[in-house]
Design a protein around this ligand. Sequence first.
Ligand SMILES: Cc1ncc(COP(=O)(O)O)c(C=O)c1O
Length: 430
Amino acid sequence: MKFTHSLKMYEDALGLIPMGTSTFSRNPNLYVIGASPLFIEKAKGCRVYDVDGNEFIDYSMSLGVINLGYADPRVNAAAKQGIDDGLVFTLSCPEESRLAAKLKQIIPCAEMVRFSKNGSDVCEGAVRLARNFTKKSKVITVGGYHGFHDWFIASTPRNKGIPAEMSAWVIPHNYNDLAAIATTIKAQAHEIAALVMEPVITVEPQEGFLEGIRRLTAEHNIVLIFDEMKTGFRLSLGGAQRYFKVTPDLACFAKGLSNGFPLSALAGKKSLMEQFGDEQCFFSASYATEKCSLNAALKTIEIIENEPVIEHIWKMGTILKEGLIRLVAKHGLEQIIKVIGLAPMQHLVFSPVDDLSVNEIRSYLQQECVKRGLLFVGYHHPSYAHQPKDIEDTLKIYDEAFGLLHKAIVGKDLKSLITGKPISAFGVRR
Ligand SMILES: Cc1ncc(COP(=O)(O)O)c(C=O)c1O
């Protein structure tokens, strides 16, 4: 398998685009440079085709954005109609209210909705609503990722360019650590405006965790915000809040909402949302009412409502997860690889061994999966387009790659077997 065009494009892109790409999670440093594709030309269903003409089974599904499958013809036709109608107008289009009404019908917390383009935008909007409503400033975060805006990134190691004072307003906590969160809330409730969390991250919630958070935030006048970017339209049509039966005050959606078309939504209680009716509590985007993406979202939701999309995602994910757990055991890799997370958004989590780093282990595994036609990223977002045969093929590839990984670890020659520049970055959720 050759990656000549990918390598050339990367070299050119580095001179034009810092990091070679505008999206952190598409950073070529998350791939073995020289032994993995770096640019994708096109995609269909669950298959992607790189710029060198190589074909791969994909499970990132564009970072969890695609739930029906790439280039779904029904969604694309609806989107094209929006383009032909003129795309974006001087005034709002009717589809904006139509989609808001649909979200109100399917998402438990949604009494009102606002749209934007990115996940980061709606997370920022949610925090602004919470701060204005409670007249408090601090925000608790719980282990997830909430976009690139200052309010959140200030609390992470990627905070250069943000005034240091801003980090004092964010209190990061670990997922599932209800006791520590309760302690913070009890001590600082008079200052805490919001608790923002992804309802599920790599790990699943322990029994009572989400309910405990709901109770504590309600008791202390703290706005509970679920960032459902990854869980929405994937765990259930109504997101994690419907799946776990825990209703937040506000929720943020994007990925999965429109099968890849750029659209995000902030939904929640009327008492909070209607603050945006006051022109002084501001949230706005020129492209928020762009009809191509609104149409795509309406069609995506219609398909999820009328076809067993969610059921299929769970089913394919379960077969894959059980197969991976079996293969990890078969190859004696239990100390190095754990398969965790709910079936629709599962992860392979790696531990270092001997003198091998996690990135070296991941690099070798990625290289061997890529050679066999699997675009390995270390997590799996099964889609409606993945069929049992795709999962079977994927497990065959993992079987061979895990076997080689075990051999390379025992043989102590893994480092020398990596044929490109090893993975050198970590994802946004380190
Ligand atoms: C949970 C979560 N929140 C927020 C974001 C930010 O979304 P965007 O990149 O569209 O701004 C992401 C993106 O990966 C996400 O996964």
